[in-house]
Every structure is written in structure tokens, then in C-alpha cells.
Write a protein that binds this ligand. Structure first.
Ligand SMILES: Cc1ncc(COP(=O)(O)O)c(C=O)c1O
Length: 379
């Protein structure tokens, strides 16, 4: 590996996480692994390959370009686009054999026309608004909207779905329960109207783990397939009930290598803005990674791991470089590996710790590691 910085993805951890989900959903529920946002930073193709090999039934992506990349890589499983598909892209989505979510009448017409022209049947999923107020149609419009899909022979209503607003940010699940109630009501309306939408789905990671009643015909977990809990609150809610001995293994280790080692005398400044002044003779590792790579500038007070030991960042995080103190790690030399996130020996910087330093959530810190940085699947 001759990169300045790279991410190692543990295959066995990803496989473990798929197995954990399979165990709690059973064999009759489809497992649709969410690989949007470069598989939450874990590498789209790398993660998709491991997930499908380990038993994921479907993959979900946010946008058509991700589906295109998956197909180009030879991934043949059902792909579900859960983000927006502009009318102009619908033909390609159909050609790539993707199913996708709809919430605009215009998309129904565009899908019907594109499918007719392609000589194929397009599979659509209705998104119902149950309280997130993001994508979705109003509850009272569900039957009429579904009827518009049924009016065309070139398109098929394959599913109906919704998405939770407040299932991971709290241990009070009243709002999530309200959304489940509304979703159930919406699906019942379709049934009463004699309209079949065979695949009902709403469960992200937290819902899948905490509420078996949300599994329906398919679940759509993301974050936890990568070994991360959606939040402390989800973990606390799970621990309170300890329903199913669920073990997640993080898969992400972000590494770089030391580019230079130097000794800086007492009373010298380190980095931009002269924000750090050495209080003693300081041995310093210069590490070629910075905020361009996704190493947030807020991490100026954080640490990295070298040879299983903590090395504090000294001075500001630069665009492409950080400096870390290695006075107490005398064995650290040029070219040695540095762990920016993940495990090194007995020490670990979990994504959650990284997120706390950066003032954000675990979802964001792994997804923001620059896509240009190689993802290497390791055992
Ligand atoms: C529509 C939809 N479904 C499923 C997921 C997966 O959620 P999580 O990563 O919390 O499991 C997401 C993620 O944001 C989403 O937007």
C-alpha cells in the first residue's frame, strides 16, 4: 500500500453484521442493505460485494449514479433507489433494472412512458408521509396515487414505504409509534381498496433492532450494517430490553503513514495561527492527511494512534497535513502507520469518539472521508 492515506474495511465485521440482522429478521423478510453515500464511507462496490455475498437480498442507493456503478461492477441483485430520480433519468433506472420510490404524479407518467419505450415493466414504491415531512405523499392521497400507477400496464406497484423521523434520537418512541400507526393505516387503505403493494417497508437500523413489528416484508438498515449503533439512545433502548443478544462489529479503520519525524525545541509554535506552543522539547510526526480528506478541522485537539498509543494533534489541522506529538512514542518512525479512526493494538478511536470531537454523528464522519481515498477490504 503506497497511498498517503487509506481505509481498511473488515470483511468479517461486515459479514457478522449481516448475519446479526438476518437472525433478527428471519428468512422471510428481505434484507435491503443501504449502500448510499459510498456505503456510509465504506466503499460502494467493496461493501456491496461483501453484503450480497453474506446474504443481503437487495441493495438500496440514494441516486442513479450509484446504481450505475453497482451494475458496472457486476452486481446483479435487486437495486432500490430511495432518493430522487429526475424524470429524465427514469429510462436509465429502468434499463438498469432498478426499482425506485415515487411521490410525484409526474414520475408515474414518466415511468409509464419510459417503461413502454423500453419494453419493460417498471417497479415503483410509493413513499407515504407519516411525519418526517421529507419525501412522501399525504396519507389521504395514497389510494388515488396507487390507482394512477395501476392505470398503466407498463408499471407495477411493488411496494409502499415510509421513513422514521425520531426513532434513534430518543429513548421515548412515542413519535415512532405514531408513524408506525399511520403507516399501518395507509397500507390498510390500499388493502381496503383492493390494491396490492406486496412489499411494505419502513425499518432503518434502529427500527429493525428495536421494533420487530416494523419488519413487514423488507427492512432497510444502513448504519448498523457497518457495525455502528445509530445513537447512544438506540443502544440504551436495546440494552433495556436485551431482546436478542445483538453484536455489531465496526468495520472501518482509517490509516495514514508518517511522512516526517522532527524534534521541535521548547517555546516553538506548531502550525497555522501559532495556536500551539511547545512547553518542552517535542518529537513530532508530520502526517499527510487533513480536512480535504475528511479529517475535520475541529479535530485540532484530538489524537491519533501510533503503535497502539495515543499521539495528540498539535496545532491546527491543515488542508492536507496534521502534526502529532510522539515524544512518548520513541519507536515511531517515518513510514510507520497511523490510525486516525479505528483500532490500533489495545487502543481504539471509535467513529463515535471521532464524531464527538467533530461535533457531529457517527454517520457523518465515515461518510465524509473523501471518496478518493482507497477502501481496501481486509479479512
Ligand atoms: C430512506 C432511508 N431508508 C433507510 C435508511 C437507513 O437508515 P440507518 O442508516 O439509520 O439504518 C436511510 C438512511 O438515512 C434512509 O434515508
Amino acid at each position: 500500500m503506497n497511498e498517503l492515506t487509506w481505509v481498511e474495511i473488515s470483511r468479517s465485521s461486515l459479514e457478522n453484521n449481516i448475519r446479526q440482522f438476518r437472525r433478527i429478521i428471519g428468512q422471510d423478510t428481505l434484507l435491503c442493505a443501504c449502500v448510499k453515500a459510498n456505503a456510509y464511507g465504506h466503499g460502494l462496490i467493496e461493501s456491496a460485494t461483501v453484503f450480497t455475498g453474506a446474504g443481503a437480498d437487495w441493495l438500496s442507493v440514494n441516486a442513479l449514479y450509484e446504481a450505475r456503478l453497482l451494475r458496472q461492477a457486476g452486481i446483479t441483485c435487486p437495486l432500490y433507489i430511495l432518493g430522487h430520480v429526475p424524470d429524465a433519468d427514469i429510462r436509465e433506472a429502468i434499463d438498469l433494472d432498478c426499482r425506485f420510490v415515487v411521490y410525484n404524479e409526474g414520475s408515474i407518467e414518466a415511468a409509464a412512458k419510459a417503461a413502454r419505450e423500453a419494453g419493460k415493466t417498471a417497479r415503483l414504491h410509493i413513499k407515504v408521509e407519516t411525519g418526517t415531512n421529507r419525501q412522501g405523499i399525504d396519507m389521504q392521497d395514497v389510494t388515488g396515487f396507487a390507482g394512477k400507477i395501476q392505470a398503466h400496464s407498463s408499471i407495477e406497484l411493488e411496494g409502499i414505504c415510509t421513513h422514521f423521523a425520531n426513532i434513534e434520537d430518543t429513548t421515548d418512541h412515542t413519535y415512532a409509534e405514531l408513524q408506525i400507526e399511520r403507516f399501518t393505516e395507509a397500507t390498510a387503505k390500499l388493502e381496503q381498496a383492493g390494491i396490492d403493494a406486496p412489499i411494505k417497508h419502513c425499518a432503518n437500523s434502529a427500527a429493525t433492532i428495536l421494533f420487530p413489528g416494523t419488519h413487514f416484508q423488507m427492512v432497510r438498515p444502513g448504519i448498523s450494517l457497518y457495525g455502528m449503533w445509530p445513537s447512544n439512545e438506540t443502544y440504551v433502548s436495546y440494552i433495556k430490553e436485551r431482546k436478542n443478544n445483538f453484536t455489531l462489529l465496526p468495520a472501518f479503520t482509517w490509516k495514514a503513514r508518517i511522512a516526517q519525524v522532527k524534534t521541535v525545541p521548547t517555546g516553538e509554535y506548531i502550525g497555522y495561527g501559532c495556536t500551539y506552543k511547545t512547553g518542552h522539547e517535542t518529537r513530532l510526526a508530520v502526517i499527510p492527511v487533513g480536512y480535504y480528506d475528511g479529517y475535520d478541522r475541529c479535530l485540532s485537539g484530538a489524537y491519533v494512534l501510533i503503535n497502539g498509543k495515543r499521539a495528540s494533534i498539535r496545532g491546527r489541522v491543515c488542508m492536507n497535513i496534521i502534526m502529532a506529538e510522539i515524544t512518548d512514542i520513541p519507536e515511531a518512525q517515518v513510514e510507520h502507520e497511523v490510525v486516525l479512526m479505528g483500532r490500533s493494538g489495545d487502543e481504539v478511536i471509535p467513529a463515535e469518539q471521532f464524531a464527538q470531537w467533530a461535533g457531529t454523528i457517527n454517520y457523518e464522519v465515515t461518510t465524509r472521508v473523501n471518496d478518493r481515498i482507497p477502501r481496501i477490504t481486509v479479512e
